[in-house]
Design a protein around this ligand. Structure first.
Ligand code: IPE
Ligand code: IPE
Ligand code: MG
Length: 242
């Protein structure tokens, strides 16, 4: 097994589009929700692996603003799974030093879920070993539009000058305010698209697409993707000295 812990740069931000739960289940003649439950088990393992590898920021895409288009049964099942996950994992995340934050629009989420999300954010707010960010009803376009609206209202109220709106100011008003941009975005299940995940923040991220579905994505594959990332030559628009 490749040892990557000694090559992880400080403050590395890995973001993952956890895709393929449904296909994993269908291939085994199981209900899609079984795939989501297995996917939730995988989240536990990958959070542990990220901590073992001393990754400082992990962002996971759990539910998109477009996922409401699915059947009512699947959506309700996913929401129940999110509630179950928070209840069962909160104590462990807290004691391991994980700081949890949710990004996305909360307006459409049910009150019991919002209060569990807020509770976990409050409980873990002083932690700093791993910054775990979870996209729940997250969509990049929605985030950008909400941010534009927020700034427009501040201009209208006279709180800010339109001339002061620039990249830094806009970025610091996004849901991800204060987080570094992702260095690496991983998508599982062989789909080559971003599906509205962190469009503002990922303009210079490296992408790794894995064929494996999320329920089968394990620590070894995670290490492999990090190895691939390490081999990339990041130029950020400049000319490389390599
Ligand atoms: C990802 O798996 C989980 C969510 C989007 C909630 P999918 O449910 O998209 O699985 P596939 O892509 O249908 O296999
Ligand atoms: C992206 O996966 C959203 C999450 C992983 C939460 P989707 O399965 O919703 O994306 P598309 O529909 O295949 O683009
Ligand atoms: Mg999918």
């Amino acid at each position: 097994m490749p040892l990557v812990s000694n090559i992880i740069p400080e403050d590395l931000h890995v973001a993952i589009i956890m895709d393929g739960n449904g296909r994993w289940a269908t291939a085994k003649s199981l209900a899609r929700l079984k795939g989501h439950a297995k996917g939730a088990d995988r989240v536990r393992d990958i959070v542990d692996a990220a901590m073992d590898m001393q990754i400082s920021h992990l962002t996971l895409f759990a539910f998109s603003t477009e996922n409401w288009k699915r059947s009512e049964g699947e959506v309700l099942g996913l929401m129940a799974l999110f509630r179950r996950f928070i209840r069962s994992e909160a104590a462990k995340l807290f004691s391991r030093g994980v700081k949890v934050r949710f990004i996305g629009c909360r307006d459409r989420l049910d009150k019991s879920l919002i209060s569990l999300m807020e509770g976990l954010e409050d409980q873990t707010s002083q932690n700093d070993k791993l910054y775990l960010t979870i996209g729940l009803n997250y969509g990049g376009r929605d985030e950008i539009a909400r941010t534009a609206k927020k700034l427009a209202l501040q201009v209208k109220a006279g709180a800010i000058d339109p001339q002061d709106i620039n990249i830094e100011m806009f970025g610091s008003n996004l849901d991800t305010s204060g987080l570094p941009d992702p260095d690496l975005v991983i998508r599982t299940s062989g789909e080559y698209r971003t599906s509205n995940f962190l469009p503002w923040q990922s303009v210079y991220a490296e992408y790794v697409f894995e064929d494996t579905t999320w329920p089968d994505f394990d620590k070894e594959l995670f290490e492999k993707t990090l190895g691939e990332f390490k081999g990339r030559n990041r130029r950020f628009g400049a000319v490389s000295s390599k």
